[in-house]
Design a protein around this ligand. Structure first.
Ligand code: ATP
Ligand code: MG
Length: 573
């Protein structure tokens, strides 16, 4: 609607030039032109100059209104663009969040942040904005051409085809190059993100090996490609402007001559029409240039659109959104695995036809040499991965996608690799809990169970408010691990899963932590992955993971089994 209003005022602005120049060039036209005379008489003018003055003011007024509408149109497109961009970013972030854990195993994290942050911004500024601009410019140009066609169809047709034709030819000529530049841009943009991410994450290694300069060089190639492809696409978008100015100006000169030769009364009669054409040209040319520029930009940014479109397609295959109010499914008897097998995409079979049972309120150890599949097994029990065949039952209820969240409400987990966010210790222990809902007493209790209280309260000036740095960079490995433990204990859920959760602790601290965990055993089911026999010796039963086969061991069988596999380098007893 606004676009249409814009076109109408644009045309009115151009058309209003006609009477103004007419009177200016030939004051007697006030009397000879029927419309002008009517207006002149109706308004009761006696002086042509006064009338001319009024027409001038009228033209100026239309110009003001036209530009005002232009500004409003621009404002509403800018606002709509930002709103769409914001929604797109939000949607993509949510789609990613709701993907199964498996999705993250095959994606690069810098690629995901690039899509949510940079590419969505690219779509906002380079695709949505340009498309809206393109539509506006297209409508305005068509209306101007229509107006010219009403005045002189042949001339409008010639003007339209020369201008439109030239732009189309230029576009076809550069289409292939644009495609190449577009490809180069996406590739180099992704590489830039990846290299920066890698360098910052791996800064310790880079510094030690002295690769700072090398990483600088790694970055410079994609940076150069990115700059060059963007510059080239901009150039392709702007090249015709200069040629078109020549064509446009030449055209006006030609038209002048054509009018002069064809009109009997010479310049005086031709002038108003010429003025309209010049003014129309002045409006039309930048519009056409913008349309061409927009089309080249859209072609250049097509890969961004394709990427985001592809990511959005996941939305269709997406699991139902996580409902945080899901109530935990009851667990009081046992977790049972029946013939479960698992393989990652393109991996060998990691778990082969496993059968075992974990009794509620028992403490179960998981042992096996490195890479045997212990973490994978736990991820299956946690419902983060789903088995390729077989089933896991909780109190005789089979775990299926629709009850997995309800099962997960029973679980707290300390991963082998603790993630800490760049926030305070308390925010890390109560990870994800809204600040105002954090229960400080519960939090301190969890910290005490993880043998952390003394360190936090005695050694840190800011206590629980101490900021730990990105991924806990300001803490020691053992401190990070204990925050991970405290996080799981704060959740206080019926099942506690520890994946080598005390591996970085000194024997004395580990003992303290294990003593508090042991105390929980009356109320909780505990799964412990460990290589340490003294930890495992306290377990009620042990699962040995060996070449994908899982066997249930008691202490006696485990010892004899360990002897037989010891040469392969497993656990230090
Ligand atoms: N995403 C994946 N895609 C393909 N293979 C994987 C993937 N993750 C792990 N693996 C492979 O699965 C096997 C088991 O890995 P897992 O992490 O379960 O071992 P683990 O017993 O926990 O070892 P560790 O004691 O070193 O932690 C390994 O051989 C590993 O290479
Ligand atoms: Mg592991």
């Amino acid at each position: 609607m606004l676009f249409l209003l814009l076109s109408v005022t644009e045309v009115l602005g151009i058309a209003s030039i006609l009477p103004f120049i007419s009177v200016l060039a030939n004051p007697s036209s006030v009397q000879s032109n029927e419309w002008l005379r009517k207006g002149y008489d109706f308004l009761g003018f006696t002086n042509t100059n006064h009338f001319l003055f009024l027409i001038g003011i009228g033209v100026f007024f239309i110009l003001i209104i036209g530009n005002l509408i232009k500004a409003i149109t621009r404002w509403s497109t800018l606002r709509a663009t930002q709103e769409w961009g914001e929604n797109l970013g939000k949607r993509l972030f949510n789609i990613y969040l709701q993907q199964p854990y498996n999705f993250y195993l095959y994606r690069n994290s810098s690629d995901l942040s690039k899509n949510i942050l940079a590419e969505v911004h690219g779509i906002t500024s380079s695709v949505i904005m340009i498309s809206l601009d393109l539509i506006t410019k297209l409508i305005v140009s068509l209306v101007i051409l229509l107006f010219l066609a009403i005045m002189d169809p042949l001339l409008a047709l010639i003007t339209g085809s020369i201008l439109g034709g030239t732009y189309s030819i230029v576009f076809v000529f550069f289409k292939k190059s644009l495609k190449q530049q577009a490809h180069m841009r996406s590739q180099s943009f992704a590489d830039k993100y990846k290299i920066v991410n890698e360098a910052i994450q791996g800064i310790k290694n880079i510094k030690l090996v002295g690769y700072e300069k090398l990483y600088g060089e790694y970055f410079s190639k994609p940076a150069k490609d990115y700059a060059s492809s963007t510059a080239k696409s901009n150039l392709i978008g702007e090249i015709p402007r200069y040629a078109m100015e020549v064509i446009g100006f030449g055209g006006i000169l030609l038209m002048l001559l054509y009018m002069l030769l064809n009109s009997e009364k010479g310049l005086t009669q031709a002038l108003p029409v010429i003025a309209v054409y010049v003014f129309a040209g002045y409006r039309l040319m930048p519009n056409l240039q913008s349309i061409y520029y927009g089309v080249t930009k859209l072609r250049f940014n097509k890969p961004i659109l394709d990427t985001i479109h592809q990511e959005m397609k996941y939305a269709q295959s997406m699991q139902p959104s996580i409902d945080s109010t899901v109530i935990a499914i009851p667990f009081s008897k046992a977790i049972r695995a029946e013939n479960i097998s698992f393989k990652y995409d393109q991996s060998r079979e990691i778990i082969k036809n496993a059968n075992f049972e974990i009794q509620a309120h028992s403490m179960v150890g998981i042992i096996g040499k490195t890479g045997a599949g212990k973490t994978t097994l736990v991820d299956l029990i946690l419902g983060l991965l789903s088995s390729t065949s077989g089933k896991i039952l909780v109190d005789d209820i089979e775990l299926i996608p629709s009850n997995i969240h309800a099962w997960q409400k029973n679980l707290s987990y300390v991963s082998q690799h603790i993630y800490l966010c760049d926030d305070s210790i308390s925010a890390n222990i109560a990870f994800g809990v809204p600040r105002e809902e954090v229960d400080m007493d519960k939090l301190k209790h969890a910290a005490a169970q993880a043998s952390l209280s003394q360190f936090i309260e005695d050694e840190l000036e800011q206590g629980y408010n101490t900021i730990v740095g990105e991924n806990g960079i300001r803490l020691s490995g053992g401190q990070r691990q204990r925050i991970g433990l405290a996080r799981a204990l704060y959740l206080n859920r019926p099942v506690l899963v520890l994946d080598e959760a005390t591996s970085a602790l000194d024997p004395h601290t580990e003992d303290d932590v294990m003593t508090s965990i042991h105390k929980l055993n009356e109320k909780k089911t505990i799964l412990i992955i460990s290589h340490k026999m003294d930890l495992l010796s306290k377990c009620d039963s042990i699962l040995l993971v060996q070449d994908g086969i899982i066997t249930v061991q008691n202490k006696a069988t485990l010892y004899s089994n360990l002897k037989s596999i010891q040469p392969e380098g497993i656990p230090h007893v």
